[in-house]
Design a protein around this ligand. Structure first.
Ligand code: NOJ
Length: 609
């Protein structure tokens, strides 16, 4: 155990291992099954078997989505026992072995801590719901029903808040046994814990000590900014058409609620300050600088960093399962804003564009056609590996894995509770409206969480090497696995339909090389200054990363457009060498002055004087 000297004033560029670390997110159900397993699910043993792969890529930390005992109503984000492992994934001993194999490779484990809510099968909840005077009753949020038609009328939820993973439903679930509703923001199977109760907080600290003592190095804290709700549970304003939606999104009443920072400081005091950890809080729905810095300011004493959602919410209007057009200028503004804020105000941030809740980045931000998938994926890799913050890579992102084909039948192939709820709602409300049904289908094709959850594509064998050939995977393998897979890309095989020329680095090789360069030049890429060039250019994102000592200056130029464009090197900039790019292998042939032509989705990196 180590503790930080409270007197020491920390800054953006104070070196820390958790700032330079490359974090690789594993979605355990879809990462790797192990030989002989018949479930079609990935396992802890499977993760351990792939550590050399992760090490070769350059990963330092493995964050696994939840592997705890769970009925899997929301793929493990509904935990029934924080101190035990789901039998589909293995045993506690398997996790011990994983940790020990990680440590042998100088790597670390981050555990996914889901403590805004538990499963409705957690012992705490079973007790809480058993009677009104059970000692754990107040561990969850119980309210009397509304009965607008008088005492004997049917019960109605205490307010109009919508469920997050199914906005057609109420966020409150009725429990007949005690004639009350409990709050369940995500699904009825995920009752919200009552953080107002100090016993609940103590129980969470106990879980955290359990995992840190066992050798975990930190936590990704699931929706941690939802733990404090506005007292009184006010009615939400009307956002969604009330003719179709009885319940309304109520984020305002639980995102960064009144006691959030008290709780996070208590967490730090009681647990985190006693260890040397990496912590990342998932914080959807907050974009206010002052508010965010209260958590991630270098001396804030809360969490190391958070996930800010501005970039992955760029196509989100009011709710996630909907579409909003966006353009590159918006994207650049988001990235540049947070780069500058953290540098100028001594904060720290994460860098990510994929996770298990979002579509594949190559399909979302670039072009996943056979022609451009590879260069698009490398463009995104170049951007992320040259931005300040701790870098998170999601499984398969390093291969340029894409969304599932549009030909897949939604009812047959999609598995996620959010997709299913959304699709049921669309089919119910718009049964007779082919246009609206078509729109609903488009939303799923573009936004469903399922896109990120297909099995990892290891090789060209049946089931892509994810599980034994005669076993049916829990979710269908993406049809493109014979072309898009780790084995081929590590060898550098030119992918038959992979776009660009066979002389290119594969997406995997490019990630590997870019991660290595990021680590070797951390003074610029991790800790350096960030200056955006030509913010008004509609197609090109260009910026400089400069080390504090001024001895390293890198220019990144990214063409986010499917056609050739031109970009002018500013006169004051002396470009020494174009070091690499998303086309080709080594140094790139481009002019050192004046106009730089860029191919479709081309990203290039130059060293400057
Ligand atoms: C965020 C997780 O990433 C997501 O997968 C889950 O559905 C919700 N939190 C609820 O735990």
């Amino acid at each position: 155990m180590t503790s930080q000297n409270p007197q020491q004033q920390l800054a953006y560029a104070t070196p820390q291992w958790w700032k330079e670390a490359i974090v690789y997110q594993v979605y355990p159900s879809s990462f790797q099954s192990h030989p002989g397993a018949t479930t079609g699910w990935g396992s802890i043993k499977g993760i351990t078997a792939r550590l050399d792969y992760l090490k070769a890529l350059g990963a330092d930390v493995v964050w696994s989505s939840p592997f705890f005992k769970s009925p899997q109503a929301d793929m493990g984000y509904d935990i029934a026992d924080y101190k035990d492992i789901d039998s589909r994934y293995g045993t506690l001993e398997d996790v011990d072995a994983l940790i020990s194999e990680l440590h042998k490779r100088d790597m670390k484990l981050v555990v996914d801590l889901v403590v805004n809510h538990t499963s409705n099968q957690h012992e705490w909840f079973l007790q809480s719901r058993s009677s009104k005077d059970n000692p754990k009753r107040d561990w969850y949020i119980w309210r009397k029903p509304k009965r607008s038609g008088g005492e004997d009328s049917p019960p109605e939820p205490p307010n109009n808040w919508a469920q997050i993973l199914g906005e057609a439903n109420s966020a409150w679930t009725f429990d007949e046994k005690t004639d009350e509703y409990y709050l369940s923001l995500f699904t009825p199977e995920q009752p919200d814990l009552n953080w107002e109760n100090p016993e609940v907080r103590a129980a969470v600290w106990d879980v955290m000590h359990f995992w840190l003592r066992r050798g975990a190095s930190g936590f990704r804290l699931d929706v941690i900014n939802l733990i404090s709700k506005v007292p009184g549970y006010p009615e939400a304003e009307i956002f969604l058409d009330p003719r179709d939606h009885k319940y309304q999104p109520a984020l305002k009443y639980f995102v960064n609620g009144p006691k959030l920072h008290d709780y996070l400081r208590e967490m730090h005091r009681e647990v985190l300050s006693k260890y040397d950890t990496i912590t990342v809080g998932e914080m959807p729905g907050v974009s206010d600088e002052d508010e965010i810095l209260r958590t991630v300011g270098a001396n804030a004493g809360e969490l190391r960093m958070i996930f800010i959602f501005d970039l992955v919410d760029i196509d989100k209007p009011t709710v996630r399962m909907a579409l909003k057009p966006w353009d590159l200028r918006e994207m650049k503004a988001v990235v540049a804003r947070w780069q500058r804020v953290m540098i100028e105000r001594n904060g720290w941030n994460s860098v990510f564009i994929e996770n298990h809740d979002n579509p594949r980045s190559v399909s979302r931000y670039t072009d996943d056609s056979d022609e451009y998938r590879r260069v698009g994926a490398k463009l995104l890799a170049l951007m992320q590996t040259t931005l300040g913050g701790t870098l998170f890579v999601y499984q398969g992102e390093e291969l340029g894995m894409r969304n599932v084909p549009k030909t897949w039948d939604i009812d047959e192939e999609y598995r996620d509770v959010e997709t299913i709820n959304y699709w049921n709602k669309v089919k119910k409300i718009y049964a007779d409206d082919p246009e609206k049904l078509h729109h609903g289908r488009t939303v799923i094709e573009m936004k469903a969480r399922d896109h990120a959850r297909t099995p990892m594509q290891w090789d060209a064998s049946p089931n892509a090497g994810f599980c034994d050939p005669d076993v049916k995977p829990w979710m269908r393998v993406n049809d493109d696995y014979k072309v898009v897979n780790a084995e081929a890309q590590m060898k550098g095989d030119s992918e038959t339909s992979g776009g660009s020329s066979g002389d290119d680095l594969t997406v995997w090789q490019f990630w590997q090389q870019s991660i290595r360069r990021r680590k070797e030049h951390a003074a610029a890429f991790v800790y350096g200054d960030f200056e955006e060039l030509a913010p008004d250019h509609p197609n090109v994102f260009a910026y400089l990363r400069t080390s504090a000592a001024g001895d390293e200056k890198w220019l990144v130029v990214l063409n986010y457009f499917g056609r050739q464009v031109e970009w002018y090197i500013p006169q004051h900039l002396i470009v020494e060498e174009w070091v690499c790019g998303s086309y080709g292998r080594g140094p790139v042939r481009k002019p050192l002055k004046g106009i730089v032509p860029l191919k479709p989705w081309e990203g290039v990196l130059a060293r400057c004087v």
